[in-house]
Write a protein that binds this ligand. Structure first.
Ligand code: BES
Ligand code: MN
Ligand code: ZN
Length: 497
């Protein structure tokens, strides 16, 4: 992560390699830009662009400045800007500058009047955009792309020196959130031959803080504890499963923790009900729920947030083999409920059953789970929102709000009692599929059987957790969906935001 600083001062006085100014549609300048108007008005009339969102143009050796270049970045119409537009424009600008030229730059974007934002929100959004946009995953490229003069530091310019303390805090908050997101991306972008359950356990152990305890259970410990759902899904795999428990005591002793539960399928071939080959490679991302849990822990640790957290991750592959579990099998879960396995590809809910039941047993204040659970959720919501369901309307509403604030969005689907009918089994307590209709909801109904009375929310991140095309804020691959959402939820829960 490059350096980000905050500072107040005129664009005429900055000695950095570049002064970056916004240009509104119609080539209108911002208040800071107006301070240079005398020197750049004549250029502006015949400038390379009109100030439409995402356009770039550079002026060299501008009179009345101390910088090498003034970069004018189109931001479109000011009234259309919101926090997400700031993240996007910061990411685009950082990527562009990173291609070469300026190394240290002053950016005058924080004064933009983005809808529904305070200065602190804007500084945080800009810092997030810069860091998220610059992320790449290239560790398996023998020849890294040569970036001769990569971007080294960005100074976010704020209107007044009185804003500096709050702005610096906003950068720190962004740093924590992004550290969590990038940790999740790094874990999930690893291929399945590297990212195995055992490796995931080792990664969890790299998190360190004096208030954090991490326990990684191997197969023997899992057998002793009785996580029989996880063991059933693991039967077809040569890789041992892992059950990972994280306990962070940042809050008061005796305060019930918030439990975060994650689906950690390091590869999901579907099992005996094997998936088609097309895009099966993407099923290495089926551990993105686990990555999101670890990402939130990373962010919370980075921010030393005063909250108690319990993390629970169940991790295995779902493969085929002579000892793999089969359609028609009836298995017993950790909680004791029996499950008729109708489709071995509905494995996530089976391992989550054990993780959720264990979490509930620990009597947390609430449970939030993350899982790339259903293809149906990709069809329903696409890449624009995670599926959001739960037993607590208050928790669901609070998560929805955090999603809107962070643009790491989630949209609620109903959990009417009637949907539970679809997972009734003739031979066991429940079955693991509820038919084609409302597949995302019936999967959540299955999970709901394992959380007892603990207020619970479920994030189905199947459509949001990775993006093979990439976006302005994410390189192709894992996105870290859910991390900023839940970190922001926790910040508000403890009154830190
Ligand atoms: N990991 C998949 C869900 C998935 C599919 C996520 C595609 C992202 C993209 C999950 O384990 C699964 O296979 N679910 C099945 C359930 C079905 C058999 C009831 C699905 O959605 O097809
Ligand atoms: Mn599956
Ligand atoms: Zn899966």
């Amino acid at each position: 992560m490059i350096e980000i600083h905050v500072k107040a001062g005129s664009p005429r006085k900055q000695r950095d390699d570049a002064v970056v100014l916004p240009l509104f549609a119609g080539r209108k300048l911002s208040p800071s830009g107006e301070l240079l108007a005398g020197s750049i008005k004549s250029y502006l009339r015949r400038f390379d662009h009109l100030g439409e969102f995402g356009q770039f143009g550079t002026l060299y050796d501008v009179e009345g400045t101390l910088t090498q270049r003034v970069v004018l970045v189109g931001v479109g119409e000011e009234r259309k800007l919101d926090a997400q537009a700031l993240r996007r424009i910061a990411a685009k600008t950082a990527r562009r500058l990173n291609e070469g030229g300026a190394r240290d730059v002053s950016m005058y974007f924080a004064e933009l009047q983005a809808r529904g934002t305070t200065l602190v929100d804007r500084v945080q959004a800009l810092a997030e955009g810069i860091w998220l946009g610059l992320y790449t995953f290239d560790r398996y490229k023998s020849e890294k792309k040569p970036n001769k003069r990569p971007l080294r530091s960005v100074t976010l310019m704020v209107p007044s020196r009185r804003d500096l303390a709050a702005a610096a805090q906003a950068v720190e908050r962004a740093r924590a959130a992004v550290a969590g997101v990038l940790f999740a991306r790094d874990l999930a972008n690893e291929p399945g031959n590297v990212c195995t359950p055992a490796w995931l356990g080792e990664q969890a152990l790299t998190l360190s803080h004096d208030k954090l305890r991490v326990t990684v259970m191997d197969k023997k410990a899992i057998e002793e504890a009785g996580f029989t759902g996880l063991l059933a899904v693991n039967q077809g795999s040569a890789q041992e499963p892992r059950f990972i428990v994280l306990e962070y005591q940042g809050g008061a002793e005796g305060d019930a923790p918030v439990a975060l539960v994650g689906k950690g399928l390091t590869f999901d071939a579907g099992g005996i009900c094997i998936k088609p080959a097309a895009q099966m490679d993407e099923m290495k991302f089926d551990m993105c729920g686990a990555a999101a849990v670890l990402g939130v822990f990373r962010a919370v640790i980075e921010a030393s947030l005063p909250v108690n957290l319990l993390g629970v991750i169940a991790s295995t592959e779902n493969l085929l083999g002579a000892s793999a579990y089969k359609p028609g099998d009836v298995i017993k879960t950790y909680k004791g409920l029996t499950v008729e396995v109708v489709n071995t590809d509905a494995e996530g809910r089976i391992i989550l059953a054990d993780a959720l039941a264990y979490a509930a047993e620990r009597k947390p204040a609430e449970i939030i789970d993350f899982a790339t659970l259903t293809g149906a959720c990709v069809i329903a919501l696409g890449a624009q929102a995670s599926g959001l369901m739960g037993s607590s309307e208050g928790l669901v509403r609070a998560l929805h709000k955090a999603g809107e604030r962070t643009h790491d969005r989630a949209w609620q689907l109903p959990m009417y009692e009637e949907y539970q009918e679809q997972i009734k089994s003739k031979i066991a307590d429940i079955k693991n599929v509820g038919g084609r209709e409302a597949g995302t909801i019936t999967a959540a109904c299955f999970l709901s059987r394992f959380v007892d009375k603990v207020p619970w929310a479920h994030l189905d991140i199947a459509g949001t957790a990775w993006n093979m095309k990439g976006t302005e804020l994410s390189s192709p691959g894992a996105t870290g969906a859910g991390v900023r959402l839940v970190f922001d939820y926790l910040l508000h829960r403890v009154g830190a935001a």
